[in-house]
Design a protein around this ligand. Sequence first.
Ligand code: IVH
Length: 673
Amino acid sequence: MTRKDEGVKAQIGQLRQQINYHNYRYYVLDDPEIPDSEYDRLLRELQALEAEHPELITPDSPTQRVGAQPLKEFSEVRHVVPMLSLGNAFSDEEMADFDERVRKLLGEEQIEYAAEPKLDGLAINLRYERGVLVQGATRGDGHRGEDVTSNVRTIGAIPLRLQGDEWPGVLEVRGEIFMPKQGFEELNERARNKGEKTFANPRNAAAGSLRQLDPKITATRPLSFYAYGWGELSVDRLADSYSASMAVLKGLGMPVSPEQQVVQGLEGCLAYFEAMAQKRDSLEYEIDGVVFKVNDLEQQQRLGYVSRAPRWAIARKFPAQEALTVVKDVEFQVGRTGAVTPVARLQPVEVGGVVVRNATLHNMDEVRKKDVRIGDTVYVRRAGDVIPEIVRVLPERRPKDAREVVLPAHCPVCGSDVIKPEGEAVARCTGGLFCPAQRKEAIKHFASRRAMDIEGLGDKLVEQLVDQELIRDPADLYSLTREQLTGLERMGEKSAQNLLDALARSKETTLAHFLYALGIREVGEATSQTLARQFGSLEALEKATEEQLQETPDVGPIVATHIAAFFRQPHNREVIEKLLGAGIHWPEVEVPPEEQQALAGKTFVLTGSLSRPRSEIKAELQELGARVAGSVSKKTDYVVAGEAAGSKLEKARELGVTILDEEQMDKLLAEIT
Ligand code: IVH
């Protein structure tokens, strides 16, 4: 390397350091030293030097935020330390319960909590190795997320390289990516002007932006980031408390919410919550509550985890957002199982930034209970992604000509009788698969991702196919022809071929997916899996008596009746025959993928009172290949003991069987899944 080159290298290094420092002033300290124009000038200078000396470009250079090629799809990332969720409290009483639980478990009079806003965005895991950002991954199901590194790199608030040189070799920083309110408004405004689709709320906008396959698009989105935790560390811990750990992260260049505070005891929590509720509207970003975390990490460790959430933290949620509007009409929708659901058509109203036009009334009992009439003024509420609901009526605003809601005697779709069995809340259309609404829903369910996973067969397409009488049941899908498909609206040769390919692919499935796809009442994914495992074949299941069915974990008398009734129906047998005739098949014996069989050959016994239904834990263990027995013997590998465990625990001690408390079991499961 020549002297001149040495000089350029040093100059580049200095510019990068300067830029990173100003980034830190801007994003972390919220206290910029120089105007934006000066920052831009530094960046341009660096760009020019790098353009002359491309061999000196490194991936952590501030010029390298955008540039990666668009991806075909995101790859999967396994989280070494699972990304958990939080328990919720919706009232001061529930907060008091939480605090009491924590105090009791720790034997302390007063707890110190770290308090911070609950950001309404999406969780991210940022992995730094030797101080350099090497990976950004979404939470996914907590164990497996998506690799969104190229997108994360475009977010200015996320450092590509940590400050200083005192970082652990491996540091995973966790936090929330969110879109500030103003950026969200501007983004939507731009979209509206271009006649494009707008986002419902900042959270959706943030999620949609981060899931772009082309990082150049993500780079144009106003995303930001605050850290609120960590994952894998190559050191034991960053500090002794949460607040001190966050200060360490801040020192390394991670933005941390300036609202973060340490508070004392329940009283401190309640006061902080009130203060944030007051401040909420003036914040630059959406928050949906406040998070409290036991500050002392040693205490956190003693408290441990319940299923998917820590015992040492809680989210105190703000009340769901409400607005007043008028019920213009009530219509009835027919679902997959024939349930006839009243839906209120509303005078469109904005609730928490989303225009609400419909609200579910769930069932007729609910309509009566709330005494909702057509013409009424009502409070509607929407919370997160759930369907808006009518909270209550304002009787004083009821017009004279308000009309009562009447359950139709006949199905609005097929005209069959609607019946509401005594003692049941739900009214049903008796048309079964004669009813096009039920047919459509059954086929949509059959095709859905978690069932037969027929890619490209969306709701609208199913509706068209049924309306045009090209299909009557799921099996008809497999005899659709290219000519029939290309005859449909908005269906070109290419999409038709794609759909035919997807249908062909879907024929290779598993018994569990197939059972779930049939849409038997009360048989969800988990039950389908247990049934498949228990019976091993469709023939065995079809022949099973209700008593035999009930021997399956999770299957009680009602579910057993539904299953048996389903297989008795000649129509259902016919459809199944047709499906098998079309070539749907699955491997003989269901062997879940090896990685999920981590507990094969192990026998567990559950005892004492556990924090979740035993059936749920049992199903989880069985899914991993374990056997769950009723009594302890020499063959038992693990006894999971909850509170007030008695003789089984004693027996386990006698026999020297490994005893786990729930937290240790969760940890074991987290480690192997
Ligand atoms: S802590 C083990 N802190 O809320 C604790 N989460 O309901 C894990 N969230 O997935 C999370 N603000 O996306 C934590 N200050 C905050 C948060 C926060 C928002 C989100 C996060 C998480 C979800 C859990």
